[in-house]
Ligand binder design. Structure first.
Ligand code: WTA
Length: 639
């Protein structure tokens, strides 16, 4: 394949050692997957995973509901732990660093023991296959331990990011109807304690389904323990056995639910099952991260997001890799922290987000230059398009021009990386996620599903079901159908806009729905608006994203107030920002709040967010305004 324009071909030394060496190898895999997808996936599933019982049918499609490896039995925790014990039991699974500086090295054998012990503890409380648990923990090894113990028994877990507020936690516990919450007293971030148990207590005031709360002692600060409901992890664990057999589970057994923002105010519980999910996260570790037994791999995301589920927990452990796990912030105690970690553990693969790269870039080159980063051989990016300046800095200053950058496009819904370079094959173009991985049939189409010509913008869709795709939205199959499979007939709609160039490379342009991407975190405008209108003084609110140099997009909220004041607008803006932080989490705090007399609406009363978007980006309104009820509103807003 010939690639036009400025492209970085992989270095011959990299190709020579790569898991997928050269474009012919990629093209060959892609062709085989396209020609006979079922055979392709079945061969890989047999080769990459341990099965207790083989499947009877590779794929069953009852659109839009997919089943993969029907009748097959396996266990995700067994694949992540037990199968490595023979030859790799003493290999390190996690190199953990707490923000205050503690270090722990946990081997596969030790991780296995801890997971078994915690699983036995869960059994003791009466939990098993078919139950559900919420996990709300800091980035400590006990977080993956809790996840894997659930997976071992067939308890479906839902991890809630520790940055979420009590309100957001409550909504997730209620939606999942979970009887069990696993949390900690707290964790550390920017040298401050995040008080997770306090937030849990607040959430649980309105969660009647919860029978047990297990609390891990991380910070040691005093917490309230409710008798008969709350138990210390270490106390329950005393006396349990070190062995606990992994339950053979159906390939379609629900492994986890992860909540993400959609286009309405209510978060969606994205459901992933066991076999297909594990297969694709395992494969992408090999294809995209080119993982080798000697690598020290570091995905610097949070386990509370899908990136951490797939590329800190299930993917790396399934391939038996050694990973770094870091609890805290990149600036604590100084902006050297990340580079110190790379140097200390001789990290070879680093995976992070464009926002993090831009933040680190702003601190100046001195920080990385003080450290030996020569162990790095591969860099990755995820969450939003990476801009040229950040790409260049990552490539030159961090990778010293030696390390390919894999720009990986995927979503909570896709489970695993879908469009990305294979670093020993694909020539890179900064800013492009390049080409779909084998088995991924991606396209850019118009409203009716017709492919658009090269260079033209359209909707990014996936034409064929893939093993790690979401199976449904928890408790709402109809929403699943409408949201993903009905917008554009017959294909999976990603919610992203994209274009392809002459070489077939994909350039992702961002969301086309009411989802804002702030620092790689998805937030729905509706969710933010419903948080704002809960405030007693707010009459109406409309939220739009505006471009931001650091965070990709920033939240801009237009708010009209009840009554006539007088108001102290600065103070009220600060109060509303804190209000949103309390309702959702600090990361959702609006960057800007504009107080307005009225919001632009259609005659039928719909807020015209498109106009607000134009106002915050271009400061003028160009599109069609004939449906607008009162044009004066727009003139006053622009002023
Ligand atoms: C965006 C994160 C451009 C996209 C794994 C997608 C990207 C949303 C990229 C999913 C990328 C993710 N280039 N945009 N490499 N990766 N996105 O569910 O808009 O938190 O739809 O999953 O992030 O975000 P989510």
């Amino acid at each position: 394949m010939h690639v036009q324009g400025q492209a970085y071909a992989p270095a011959p030394e990299f190709v020579a050692q790569a898991n997928v060496p050269g474009m012919e190898s990629y093209a060959d895999l892609y062709r085989r997957a396209l020609e006979s997808p079922e055979r392709f996936w079945a061969e890989l599933a047999a080769q990459q995973l341990h099965w207790f019982e083989p499947w009877k049918e590779v794929f069953r499609w009852n659109p839009p509901f997919a089943q993969w490896f029907v009748g097959g039995k396996l266990n995700a925790a067994y694949n992540c732990l037990d199968r490595h014990l023979g030859s790799n039991g003493d290999k390190i699974a996690f190199l953990w660093e707490g923000e205050p500086g503690e270090q722990r090295r946990i081997t596969y054998r030790e991780l296995h023991r801890q997971v078994c012990r915690f699983a036995n503890l869960l059994k003791k409380l009466g939990y098993g296959t078919g139950d559900r648990a919420i996990i709300y923990m800091p980035m400590i090894p006990e977080l993956p331990v809790a996840m894997l113990a659930c997976a071992r028994l067939g308890i479906t877990h839902s991890v809630v990011f520790a940055g979420f507020s009590a309100e957001a936690l409550k909504a997730r516990i209620q939606d999942l109807g979970a009887p069990l919450v696993i949390t900690a007293d707290g964790g550390y971030r920017r040298a401050k304690e995040i008080r997770l148990k306090d937030a849990t207590d607040e959430a649980l005031r309105e969660c009647p389904t919860v029978r047990h709360v297990i609390v891990y002692r991380r910070t040691g600060s005093p917490v309230n323990m409710q008798k008969g409901r709350d138990y210390w992890w270490h106390e329950l664990e005393a006396g349990v056995e070190d062995e606990c057999p992994a339950v053979p589970l159906d390939a379609e057994h629900p492994l986890f639910v992860l909540y993400t923002s959609g286009t309405t105010g209510r978060p969606k519980g994205i459901l992933h099952t066991t076999g297909g999910y594990l297969l694709q996260v395992t494969l992408t570790m090999r294809w995209v991260f080119d993982i080798k037994p000697t690598d020290v791999y570091w995905c610097a995301a949070d386990i509370g997001w899908v990136t951490g589920h797939s590329y800190i927990v299930y993917g790396p452990l399934s391939v038996g890799a050694t990973s770094v796990l870091y609890e805290g912030a990149p600036d604590t105690p100084s902006w050297s922290r990340w580079w110190q970690i790379v140097e200390r553990y001789r990290v070879t693969i680093l995976y992070t987000s464009p926002t993090a790269i831009r933040t680190l870039l702003r601190q100046g080159d001195e920080w990385p230059q003080r450290h030996d980063l020569s162990s790095l051989r591969l860099l990755g990016s995820v969450g939003e398009p990476i801009n040229p300046a950040a790409w260049e800095w990552y490539y030159r200053i961090i990778g010293k021009g030696r390390c390919p950058i894999v720009d990986t496009w995927w979503q909570t819904e896709t489970g695993a990386i879908m469009i990305s370079p294979m670093p020993g094959a694909t020539p890179l173009k900064p800013g492009s996620a390049t080409l779909p991985l084998p088995g991924v049939v991606a396209d850019v189409v118009d409203q009716d599903g017709q492919p658009v010509p090269p260079g033209q913008e359209g909707f990014l869709v996936i034409r064929k079901p893939w093993p790690s795709m979401l199976r449904t939205i928890w408790g709402d199959p109809e929403r699943y159908r409408q949201q993903y499979w009905e917008r554009i007939p017959g294909v999976y709609f990603t919610g992203d806009a994209a274009r392809r160039d002459e070489d077939g490379y994909f350039w992702i342009l961002g969301r086309v729905d009411d989802v804002i991407n702030v620092s790689g975190h998805r937030l729905s405008t509706m969710e933010l608006e419903s948080a704002l209108v809960k405030h007693p003084l707010v009459a109406e609110a409309a939220v739009v994203g505006r471009p931001d140099e650091l965070t990709g997009q920033a939240i801009c909220a237009f708010v009209s107030l009840k009554g006539s004041g007088p108001w102290d607008y600065d103070q009220l803006a600060a109060e509303l920002r804190d209000w949103v932080a309390r309702e959702i989490g600090k990361f959702a705090r609006p960057a800007e709040i504009r107080f307005v007399e009225a919001l632009p609406k259609t005659r039928s009363g719909k807020i015209m967010r498109r106009l607000l978007r134009e106002i915050v980006t271009a400061r003028e309104v160009t599109g069609d305004v004939t449906t607008l009820e009162d044009f004066g509103v727009i003139q006053r807003l622009i002023r």
